[in-house]
Design a protein around this ligand. Structure first.
Ligand SMILES: CC(C)(COP(=O)(O)OP(=O)(O)OC[C@H]1O[C@@H](n2cnc3c(N)ncnc32)[C@H](O)[C@@H]1OP(=O)(O)O)[C@@H](O)C(=O)NCCC(=O)NCCS
Length: 144
């Protein structure tokens, strides 16, 4: 089941899945977490939070209309590959379309490319490196 959650609730999974458990929870906050219009989604299995993602208004140069950036997309290891991430992003796309937001974009880890292309995202940048994390692409999906 997908629910709106707080930034606070995303921190343990951000740390475990995206930062290899190396940071304090406070260090897992994004500066954009409390931006105007920002929201956070969780996908729950029974009562356990297993997938998270965060969204905030942010346009990309060269793209027309209103945009949101997706950050901190993660599923706990034992629950990956079961469609939890796919369900959550589909929910987000329908929600944002309802707000007449034109597109969603993210800096996607190369390893997660197939996950995003499966949801209709396209690559919109050359490959770039995020120090300590690895190769990334900017990816974009038009939603409205
Ligand atoms: C990338 C990540 C967020 C995807 O979340 P997930 O919950 O595993 O995603 P899904 O299960 O919806 O999709 C993953 C794969 O399972 C497959 N899958 C299996 N059962 C599925 C179902 N019932 N419905 C949809 N897809 C399903 C999908 O086809 C997909 O394959 P693909 O990656 O080759 O396209 C997750 O694997 C993760 O946290 N990885 C580590 C952190 C990371 O890289 N995050 C992304 C940062 S950009």
């Amino acid at each position: 089941m997908i629910k709106f959650i707080t930034a606070e609730e995303t921190l343990p999974i951000r740390n475990e899945v995206l930062r290899e458990g190396k940071l304090s929870l406070n260090e897992c906050r994004f500066p954009s977490d409390n931006n105007e219009g920002a929201f956070h989604l969780g996908n729950f299995e029974e009562n356990m939070l297993v997938t998270i993602a965060s969204f905030h208004p942010q346009t990309v140069e060269g793209h027309i209309g209103s945009g949101y950036q997706l950050r901190g997309m993660a599923t706990l290891p034992g629950f990956q590959g079961k469609g939890k991430g796919n369900q959550l992003l589909n929910f987000a796309v329908v929600y944002l379309r309802g707000q007449k937001i034109n597109y969603l974009w993210c800096n996607a880890r190369k390893k997660a490319l197939n996950f995003y292309t499966g949801l209709g995202f396209e690559i919109i940048s050359d490959e770039f490196d995020v120090p300590g994390i690895g190769p990334h692409y900017m990816m974009y999906v038009k939603i409205y």
